[in-house]
Design a protein around this ligand. Structure first.
Ligand code: FUB
Ligand code: ZN
Length: 697
């Protein structure tokens, strides 16, 4: 629908009961409803998720195409994905037979089927990422042409592999045909279909081309026609299809896809499928979503399920879902998440741990799980307009997701630990290569996350130099331009230019980490009560072209402590500046062993901007302490008092942003550093002229 017809529809919807007794308006009203039900929304209006017609959505995400990204924090990261990551990963997908798996079914039977049973999803995710690159205003023409050619050729292979029934999976073919949809707890047929749909939707939203979308629809229809409460039973062994089915509903307005999402989330097939307790625990699927009270099992599966359930709630408003989503969010943020926004404490089962089980060195924190955290919080943010979800999205994005790809753009973390003895963290390829194309699709679609429209105006979700070229709910076009060097500095300047003066609200975010939030409108201090950190501040007025909002955020580094129940981090601190978590890498500490370093409880940090270091970062310098004798030489257990007289001397420490770790040689790394327990420092000069301290720790 065009913005105008969409506004007309909403106007009539608001009047529909009052119009009951007026035949002509009723007739008009019905005609508009009928037109709406059958009309396919305009692809140019659609973002990563499309919520313009979702009854419970507070925010309406904007399309990727509506945002021009200026130079800033994310521009080199996104450029690395477009220039290096996408082409190199496609070569690797070719090399490992992932594309041949499709060619094999499209007329090349001599080719072997290679790789684990979920490889189709990796190619679909690559296509989705490349599609968002086409939608991105920053993708250079030559690369755009190359990507378009690559996508079209891949779509040719994908379409060629589809069976007339609509079934499409490169693993369950030949002698495995009889196993189709019979081993759903492991088969990933559901997961691959979900990614096929998301890729098809992305390509459609980027170009208007329906070819891959229609391929996905044929397979989705096959599933919807053959499975359900009165047909064959279905369960998502790896949740993903829930999100995809709701997005397909939003794209086509066909209720059967929303109904199927409801069926998947209802978890009613436990008996028919003879699912074990361990299955429903691990898959986070197979029992009613609304019966969940905490996160458990496989982290990516659980967070994808929560994302799909949020999508479902956004369309239906079923209150049982919101209650469950709130419980789960509290469980995640109070007990089960790393400070980086990473998720998943255990390598065994790639799983959530018990409450407060968040080991640093053993952390699994798969990149896909941090991405799922972003996806979930993006949906919750859109649903509610509540800034706490933007805060969490930002935390996971800048840290736990961002660490997942090297500065060079062609090496990837699968695990993102918070401490390391010097392990190699990144590789170009994993046999289970789910994370690399996942991170690509997030970075390529990132501009759409910066802003969201709403009925009453626009939300500035994330701070970054950029220009939003969009329209108000009544169709009035405007441009919003943001200039900032965030998160290195905390000043943001927003200029607004509607085509004519218009009354609406600009929501600007006071991040939870910021102790103050100074806002000016056209040079005048702006205050609105109540305002508090971790909220959006609404600025409502008649905006005229050239109006300026300036924001100032304090960017002091601060030491963060974990809940004492998180025993792994007890007595330790992490360093955060703005949304960025910092880490110490041994390579920067002039020979000091990281395992002998302590921080003082009242440290003050100096910021140093280094343009040519790690792609351009702000490092943090602080005076810390190092033991005179390595703690490795101390006994395993000793009287408490012995630790109190441990001799230490001062050392200058340099912190780097966590996302940059592991980009040089392999070196020990630590996010959580032990802190001295006492500020009673006895200082003596040692022979080297450095200060020597004896203190409690
Ligand atoms: O199972 C498919 C993907 O592989 C999951 O999302 C990841 O966690 C990894 O297990
Ligand atoms: Zn992954």
């Amino acid at each position: 629908m065009t913005p105008l017809s969409s506004a007309l529809w909403r106007f009539l919807r608001s009047l529909r009961w009052g119009l009951l007794f007026a035949p002509l308006p009723i007739f008009v009203c019905m005609a508009v409803f009928a037109a709406r039900d059958n009309s396919i929304p305009d692809w140019k209006q659609q973002g990563v998720i499309f919520l313009d017609e979702s009854p419970n959505a507070r925010q309406h995400p904007v399309p990727v195409q509506a945002v021009h990204v200026g130079e800033g924090f994310w521009s080199p990261r996104r450029r690395a994905v477009t220039d290096k990551s996408l082409p190199s990963l496609l070569l690797l997908l070719e090399e490992h037979g992932v594309v041949d798996n499709f060619r094999r079914l499209a007329g090349r039977p001599e080719l072997p089927r290679r790789g684990p049973l979920y490889t189709d999803s990796d190619l679909y995710k690559w296509v989705e990422a490349a599609a968002w690159a086409l939608a991105s205003n920053e993708t250079p023409d030559a690369e755009r042409a190359q990507l378009k050619g690559d996508i079209d050729s891949l779509i040719g292979h994908i379409v060629g592999a589809q069976e007339p029934s609509g079934y499409l999976n490169t693993y369950y073919v030949g002698d495995k045909v009889h196993l189709r949809f019979t081993e759903l707890t492991r088969s990933h047929e559901d997961y691959c279909l979900g990614h096929l749909l998301q890729a098809g939707i992305a390509y459609y939203r980027a170009t208007g081309n329906r070819k891959l979308l229609d391929t996905g629809i044929r397979f989705a229809d096959y599933v919807v026609e053959n499975f359900g409460p009165t047909k064959r039973p279905f369960v998502t062994g790896h949740p993903e299809l829930e999100m995809a089915m709701v997005e397909l509903y939003r794209t086509t307005r066909q209720p059967k896809y929303l109904d199927f999402a409801r069926y998947l989330l209802s978890g009613v097939e436990r008996e028919r499928l003879k699912l074990k307790d361990s299955d429903v625990h691990y898959m986070f699927s197979g029992k009613p979503f609304t019966s969940r009270t905490e996160f458990e099992g496989h982290a990516v599966r659980a967070l994808y399920a929560a994302s799909g359930a949020t999508d479902y709630f956004t369309e239906t408003g079923d209150p049982a879902y919101k209650k469950t989503l709130d419980l789960l969010w509290t469980d995640l943020t109070m007990r089960k998440m790393y400070i980086t926004g990473g998720v998943g404490s255990r390598a065994g089962g790639e799983a959530f741990g018990d409450p407060y089980e968040l080991p640093s060195e053993q952390a699994y924190a798969e990149t896909c799980a941090a991405i799922a955290n972003v996806m979930w919080n993006y949906r919750l943010l859109a649903l509610t307009g509540d800034a706490r979800y933007a805060d969490l999205l930002e935390r996971a994005l800048y840290n736990g997701v961002n660490s997942g790809i090297s500065l060079s753009g062609n090496l990837y973390c699968y695990r993102n630990p918070l401490a390391s003895a010097g392990d190699k963290l990144r590789n170009p390829w994993y046999d289970t290569t789910c994370c690399p194309p996942n991170i690509q699709r997030v970075f390529e679609s990132l501009p759409a996350y910066f802003y969201s429209a709403s009925r009453d105006g626009v939300y500035v979700n994330l701070y970054h130099s950029s220009e939003l070229d969009w329209h108000l709910d009544d169709g009035t076009p405007y441009k919003l331009t943001q200039t900032t060097n965030y998160p290195w500095t905390g000043d943001v300047r927003i200029t607004i230019a509607p085509v004519h003066p218009a009354n609406f609200t600009i929501y600007v975010r006071w991040p939870a980490w910021a102790s103050s939030f100074d806002v000016q409108v056209n040079g005048q201090a702006f205050l609105v009560a109540p305002s508090h950190k971790g909220s959006f501040m609404p600025i409502t007025r008649t905006w005229t072209a050239g109006d300026i909002v300036t924001i100032s955020l304090p960017m002091q580094a601060q030491m963060m402590a974990a809940n004492p129940r998180l025993t792994d981090d007890f007595g330790r601190v992490a360093v955060q500046r703005g949304p960025l978590i910092y880490a110490l890498e041994q390579i920067d500490q002039n020979g000091t062993a990281l395992s002998d370093v302590f921080l003082k409880g009242s440290s003050s940090f100096t910021v140093e901007f280094r343009k040519d270091f790690l792609g351009g970062v702000a490092t943090l310098k602080v005076a810390g302490l190092v033991t005179d004798r390595s703690v490795g030489e101390e006994p395993l257990y000793q009287p408490y008092a012995a630790g109190a007289s441990r001799a230490k001397h001062m050392v200058n420490l340099t912190f780097v942003p966590y996302y940059t770790i592991g980009n040089r040689e392999a070196t020990p790394m630590e996010v959580w550093l032990p802190v001295s327990r006492s500020e009673q420092v006895v200082t003596t000069a040692n022979s080297l002229g450095t200060e020597k301290h004896s203190e409690n720790r």
